[in-house]
Design a binder for this molecule. Sequence first.
Ligand SMILES: *Cc1c(COP(=O)(O)O)cnc(C)c1O
Length: 402
Amino acid sequence: MESLHGIPGGKKEVWNTVSRIYLDGTLTTRTDPQVLEEMLPYFTEKYAVPSSQFSHSHGKAIEEEIEKRREFIKGYIDGKEGKLIFTSGGTEANNLAIKGFARENWDKGMHIISSSIEHQSVRHTLYTLEKEGFEVTYLPVSPEGYVDPDDVKKNIREDTILVTLQHSNPEVGVIQPIEEIGKIVKEKGIAFHVDAAYSTGWIPFSVENWKADMVTLTAHKVHGPKGTGALWIRDGIKIKPLIDGTFHEYGLRGGIPNIPGIIGFAKALELMDDEERERVKYLRDYLWKRLKEEIEDIKLNGPEERHPANLNVTIRYVEGEAVVIQLDLLGVSVTTGSACFSRKLEASYVLRAMGVPYEDAHGSLRFGISRFTTEKEIDEAVSRLKEVVERLRKISPLGRKE
Ligand SMILES: *Cc1c(COP(=O)(O)O)cnc(C)c1O
């Protein structure tokens, strides 16, 4: 396991083997080849499972390897005082945290506080709980996307049992004042869940400083494999499992865990360091600078201080959908609004909650920079985008004043 500390060379290599430019790193990222390499033996050579540790040494060896990763990830988030339950990703971890806690603790109260810009996996989990009789308060956000800690305080009631908020938002990059909110929630003795799926690896944090009781993580947004995540739970917090089965993952998640995925998850975190985050942030800032230089009537959505890999802009007098489709024809992958909403041609609920006017929300573009993005790709993408915007504005029915 020394390799968790020393990174073998080559991580700065550019792995782009395709000419298309992928700028949708907010939705998912490419699994780093070094991550894949680490995972491969766990398919074909080390294929035993931890639960067979009591029967034979194949199982014991895997159990030790998985526990090392579990401890490493717990250390990474400063979560020694809790359990890490591996899941199939952020979505399952959010479901497990929120449903698991609510269904175990409903006798203490049935009120939950959240926000109006949560990820769909939190929103829909809360909708399900509402059908089961729980009451949810969805806090509003400021024009930049911030939840006001005072609002959290004001909305806490006698029967509030849980506050669930995301750390960073994948659409507009806003980072919530979780530490301040955590203090308030803790003072009231209420459980605090933080969805840190998008922050995993990108923004270092401490679950202790947050005073969090449950924290959601995922691997695939930070060059880890898809289908692997985790829920961290503070010792003493009780939840009901969602998936019943054999006594895996402390009895809180039945089914044999994704062993290669867990190995890859730890490796992906190991590959992240400040240098890497700075480099991606530099590229993101470079993209924003180039966009402002080349395209008129463009504005930033969300705050300046944001997730290092995220950019969200509104280009006025064009339709985001039209831009995305035309850019795709020119070999550039980006998205407009939120991925799930764009399919329905509705304005993004996140931007709407921030008070972004309907037309501006429709003209929004979301970029996700990754480890594999290059400056050259950004230059190329901006020049293709400029071409598309100019073409669309010529025929735009959206009333641009000349
Ligand atoms: C991506 C994401 C999730 C879902 O994680 P998956 O691993 O894709 O299921 C949850 N919350 C936030 C904030 C995310 O960005």
